[in-house]
Design a protein around this ligand. Structure first.
Ligand code: SF4
Ligand code: SF4
Length: 227
């Protein structure tokens, strides 16, 4: 039997293709609509969603970050800037020798890949489910330590403060410290511009200022903890 001329094959396909295309459109008309009503209705993310970073604390409020910069070295986008410093007995931010004095993440660069999380040896750095990171200036996309540090939970005292009496750094990582020791008070953060004659910010005096209606500067205590 003689083959159908090529020009006839082309014309029958030219008719079928648009019909097949409209078929897809027609089927989609009866499917459930997937329109998201964001920002009125926010979608719940997957439990392990990669959102905004968080710098975690030990159960007594001391910081887990030791200022080692491994996260910054692991970052493929060069989005993290860390400066470590030495703890002293008068101003202690973490149980060991060093702490992260300056910590910044540039969300104009970050691709939320999570490699920094994998590199962190102390689990100081994790990611939250918060995804609303858009802003209108480069400066506001650089998150500082104050913005990244986890809020205070029950039993914590804001850093700096002394290490739990009788415990060492290893005890913190073995889970022996479950809350701040009774009588723990926040030390004066001289390295951050606080003066020794100023009353340090504690859980008690912040709560008293809030209940009296007196204006107070927002601290990490005022932010919700999301560890
Ligand atoms: S999530 Fe990835 S890109 Fe963002 S800071 Fe961490 S390593 Fe860098
Ligand atoms: S977050 Fe972790 S990896 Fe980064 S400086 Fe702190 S301890 Fe080191």
């Amino acid at each position: 039997m003689a083959e159908e001329p090529k020009e006839h094959q082309g014309s029958s396909q030219g008719f079928q293709n648009p019909v097949a295309g409209f078929g897809v459109t027609f089927k989609a008309m009866f499917k459930k609509r997937l329109t998201e009503q964001y920002p009125e209705a926010k979608k719940t993310t997957a439990p392990r969603f990669h959102g905004r970073h968080q710098l975690n604390r030990h159960p007594d409020g001391l910081e887990k970050c030791i200022g080692c910069e491994l996260c910054a070295w692991a970052c493929p986008a060069d989005a993290i800037y860390v400066e470590g410093a030495d703890n002293t007995e008068e101003e202690r931010y973490s149980p060991g020798e060093r702490y992260g004095r300056v910590y910044q993440i540039n969300y104009a660069r970050c691709i939320l890949c999570g490699l920094c999380i994998e590199a962190c040896p102390t689990r100081a750095l994790t990611m939250t489910n918060e995804f609303e990171l858009a802003d209108s200036s480069r400066e506001s996309l650089i998150y500082t330590k104050d913005q990244l540090l986890a809020g205070l939970q029950e039993g914590m005292v804001d850093s700096p403060h002394s290490i739990f009496d009788g415990m060492d750094e290893g005890d913190y990582y073995r889970g022996a410290v479950t809350a701040a020791a009774p009588g723990t008070v926040r030390q004066v953060a001289v390295s951050k511009g606080e003066k020794r004659d100023e009353e340090p910010v504690t859980v008690e005096n912040t709560a008293a200022a809030v209940s009296s209606g007196a204006p107070h500067e927002a601290t990490t205590m005022d932010r919700g903890a999301t560890t």
